[in-house]
Design a protein. Sequence first.
Length: 94
Amino acid sequence: MRLLNQVKNMNKTLLRTCLVAGLIACFSSVALADAFCSGFKQGYKAGYKQPSGIVHGPFTPPCPPKPPKGYGDPKSDFEWGFVIGYEEGKRFWN
């Protein structure tokens, strides 16, 4: 009986540890996505305005999933999002 209680307590501790680790991973990925998405929005607006000369901001599409970085891509997530958003915004007019 005592061994059974010890196993139950270990299972509860393991479950709590997994839940905490999952929450931390979830919130840290959201924080990283925020920098990428902020950069994407700023870049999209800049790219949209550049070829047309329009002063007002466009409707910004939803942030795409963050693609993997390649060699020579910006290290900052904000800059990486800006580059992708800028290209998408310029593509609107083509």
